[in-house]
Design a protein around this ligand. Structure first.
Ligand SMILES: [Zn+2]
Length: 306
């Protein structure tokens, strides 16, 4: 049998390629097959049919799914939760308390996403509301995966004010959401995921938290499993610091976004390596080259103003 959407990436762990809007290697969900199937990330509304095909491929009966944990409520991670729950009659969504109001009433999230993401928000699709009794709001805690195995929740804000990370005990890997950057499997590198509002200090503390958990792997929502987890997290801290230093200097000199970006591209060797790919990518050219730089600029301006 040829598997279209799923791939085994660890013990009891499968990745589902969501192929949102036809884009491969952009967004994925994960399925932990413990006592009960446990989903990480619903992904966007528009790719819920592909996630469901993935579950069928993995022989996961929809009524068996107890939990869908979302790292945060941005459209590409938790935006599809409402649409997904219609197919999973017994599932509840695990989310940070600050994310919960947006699951219950996604209207504001949708209009702000349209502003920040532009045409990309249409590719992801509009979120549908989730009813309150189907939401579990947590910042820390553990969930039972059976046979003494568990999923541990850690609050890792910075990318968003409500980002959670999850560590599974089958393999010891972590689902960081967007707390550890975007992984480009084509190049085996990580680049910043820092759209506004981005909180650098919080992001760096969260990375320290993740390093202290000694993960054996990182399961990126964008995109896929990466080894050398601790080294990658440390490198990502340095990369964020580099972008922050360049932006701080640029803002002081009243430079434009384009001028600041040029310096980042010149000084961050990872960006040099992937530039052609990112420039010609319809989504990444908007998110990485524009929104992520803007996140740093707004962060620096806000810091200087306060
Ligand atoms: Zn994301």
């Amino acid at each position: 049998m040829r598997f279209l959407y799923t791939k085994e990436v660890g013990k009891n762990l499968f990745m589902v390629e969501l192929e949102t809007g036809g884009f491969k290697n952009l967004i994925c969900s994960y399925v932990l097959k413990g006592k009960k199937p446990f989903l990480i990330e619903s992904g966007p509304t528009n790719s819920i049919p592909n996630l469901l095909s993935g579950l069928r491929e993995l022989d996961v009966p929809f009524e068996d799914v107890e939990y869908v944990a979302v790292t945060h409520i941005h459209l590409d991670h938790g935006g599809g939760a409402g649409a997904l729950l219609k197919f999973l009659p017994n599932a509840k969504v695990i989310v940070h308390p600050r994310g919960m109001p947006h699951l219950l009433d996604p209207e504001r999230l949708w209009s702000s996403s349209q502003k920040v993401l532009g045409f990309v928000s249409e590719i992801f699709g509009k979120p549908e509301p989730v009813s309150k009794e189907r939401v579990i709001a947590v910042t820390e805690g553990t969930f039972d995966l059976g046979n003494k195995d568990k999923l541990t929740v850690s609050e890792t804000v910075g990318h968003a004010s409500h980002n959670l990370s999850f560590q599974e005990s089958f393999n010891g890997g972590i689902f960081p959401g967007d707390a550890a950057g975007t992984y480009l499997p084509e190049f085996d590198v990580v680049v910043p995921t820092t759209p506004p509002p981005f909180y650098l200090d919080a992001a760096l503390s969260s990375l320290n938290r993740l390093i202290a958990l000694k993960p054996t792997a990182l399961y990126f929502s964008h995109f896929g499993k990466a080894n050398n987890a601790i080294e990658r997290l440390k490198d990502y801290k340095l990369q964020l610091q580099l972008w922050a230093d360049i932006t701080e200097e640029g803002v002081m000199k009243n430079q434009s976004l384009e001028e600041i970006r040029e310096r980042i591209l010149a000084e961050d060797h990872v960006m040099g390596q992937i530039l052609d790919f990112v420039k010609s990518h319809r989504i990444y050219s908007k998110t990485i080259l524009e929104n992520c730089v803007r996140g740093f600029i707004e962060y620096v301006k806000q810091k200087q103003g306060s």
